[in-house]
Design a protein around this ligand. Sequence first.
Ligand code: NAP
Length: 246
Amino acid sequence: MSERILILGATSGIARGVAHALARRGHRLLLAARDRDELERLASDLRIRYGTEAGIIVFDVLDEAQHDVLCAALEGDSQALDGVVCAIGYLGDQERAFREADEARRIMRINYEAPALLLNRLAAVFEARGSGWITGIASVAGDRGRQSNFIYGSAKGGFALYLQGLRNRLARHGVQVLTVKPGFVDTAMTWGLPGLFLVADPMKVGEAIVRAREKGRNEIYVPGFWRLIMSIIRSIPEAVFKRLSL
Ligand SMILES: NC(=O)c1ccc[n+]([C@@H]2O[C@H](COP(=O)([O-])OP(=O)(O)OC[C@H]3O[C@@H](n4cnc5c(N)ncnc54)[C@H](OP(=O)(O)O)[C@@H]3O)[C@@H](O)[C@H]2O)c1
């Protein structure tokens, strides 16, 4: 059955992979992000390629007044929303964030606070209706604090915990919540970063996310081998871990 799906952060590399996987299945998409030109390019590509509906919503998740506008537009729409994918993210600069409150605040807000505030609103609609699904993209960076990216990692870890609690609340109301923890993926976010390994193709990652959603999974690592890598990293005793330069 064709579903109507909102993708927040739709212009992101991983979200594009998700959008292609969903459009290929005939789902109707609403693509939301800040960059109007990129959204329009993506929407027309999806329409031409798959013959599916793709609308755009220009919005900044940091502007809470725009949450009101977005939610009002969705409520006033005759077609109901079946699902939401949240791929909004900002890696930022760890060293700068450690020294400058503005950069730290931006990382914390874009990766955790602002998406959680918006998802609260959308989740309440799904809860009242007793159906729907939410897929949120967290990160392996949220599984253990590391000196090289603990400000971004702590925001992603907070977002993962938020999604876990949301799942616990909504499961009894027939609403599925999937937490996605990607490893390194080849997108604008990671372009040119040193020291990356096992970098995944965003199209394959998008397909894996959509399949996991269809199977009703709760939490996935993509690619799947990151589950093992992260369980090893989490198992290192803190007394040893604090001396590692990770
Ligand atoms: N790439 C990786 O290796 C990796 C690994 C683990 C987790 N992740 C997570 O996976 C998700 C997607 O990552 P990606 O690498 O595909 O990201 P990306 O290409 O850097 O895209 C980031 C997305 O967030 C949107 N965004 C940023 N600030 C926003 C704001 N204030 N309001 C609305 N939208 C905003 C951007 O859209 P506009 O600029 O158009 O607004 C863009 O669509 C992110 O949550 C990221 O943290 C990525």
